[in-house]
Design a protein around this ligand. Structure first.
Ligand code: KIV
Length: 269
């Protein structure tokens, strides 16, 4: 049977690209049609994010998203890709109870087509992350602003601004790396801290509002296409401005990330 002559990105190829000074261009994605557009435009990582609660379902937070809904969207995205690496969010309530239960839930996302799961949390999630990794499931940890904890954090605010807050995030990053995670996503942290944490680690970091010094960048697809309702967060650039098609906007995003032109100073904290 014929196979497409395109190699899918793996955690090793992503790590190698970063070691050679490349930058990872990532976007969220929730369906097969956008997946094929992003894949062809050269996006390296498609994050099936639980932000689908906001942008697909119209919810006011990511908290109501279920594991079955995530599995459905991972399957759709997998069908639309040939090259891009697929990362899936573990939704709220599916990874906090025990490492064993988390493994069962993560295994369903992997069976649906994910190559890595993402879990929100710092040192409190190190044991769970280690449990998954030791059983064959690659993990990306998500620190800084963790939207599933919005009620505990008191809003969508920049994290790590105080001396103590920054120290905790630096320590969390190292503990998670030690636990075996192969990628770290940082959301809404000062650019200087994002750079410091990136330099302290040997695994790639992906930033969203975490400065240009991260190993890669991610944005919510609907934000960078300028179609999310309301005003765009500071860390977003609308790539449809000046682009004649969605394909061009996505290619411009990939190029801007690779060249280190996005994020610019005005997108950082
Ligand atoms: O769900 C999501 O889209 C995310 C991004 C904010 C990184 O986790």
């Amino acid at each position: 049977m014929g196979q497409p002559d395109i190699r899918r990105m793996t955690i090793s190829t992503l790590q190698q690209a970063c070691q050679q000074g490349g930058r990872i261009a990532a976007l969220t994605c929730y369906d097969a049609t956008f997946a094929s557009v992003l894949d062809e435009a050269g996006v390296d990582v498609l994050l099936v994010g639980d932000s689908l609660g906001n942008v697909i379902q119209g919810q006011s937070s990511t908290l109501p998203v279920t594991l079955d809904e995530m599995i459905y969207h991972v399957r759709c995205v997998e069908r639309g890709t040939r090259r891009a690496f697929i990362m899936a969010d573990m939704p709220f309530g599916t990874f906090q109870i025990s490492p064993q239960e988390t493994f069962g839930n993560a295994a369903r996302l992997m069976a649906a087509g994910a190559q890595m799961v993402k879990i929100e949390g710092g040192r409190n999630m190190a044991e769970t992350a280690g449990f998954l990794v030791s059983r064959g499931i690659p993990v990306c940890a998500h620190i800084g602003l963790t939207p599933q904890s919005v009620h505990q954090l008191g809003g969508y605010k920049v994290q790590g601004k105080t001396v103590n807050g920054a120290r905790q995030l630096r320590e969390d990053a190292l503990l998670l790396q030690e636990a075996g995670v192969s990628m770290l996503l940082m959301e809404m942290v000062p650019a200087a801290l994002g750079g410091e944490i990136t330099r302290s680690l040997s695994i790639p970091t992906i930033g969203i509002g975490a400065g240009a010094a991260c190993s890669g960048q991610v944005l919510v697809l609907h934000d960078m296409l300028g179609i999310s309702p309301g005003s765009l967060p500071r860390f977003v650039r609308n790539f449809m401005t000046g682009a004649d098609s969605i394909q061009t906007a996505v290619r411009n995003y990939v190029e801007a990330v690779r060249l280190g032109e996005f994020p610019a100073r005005e997108h950082t904290f």
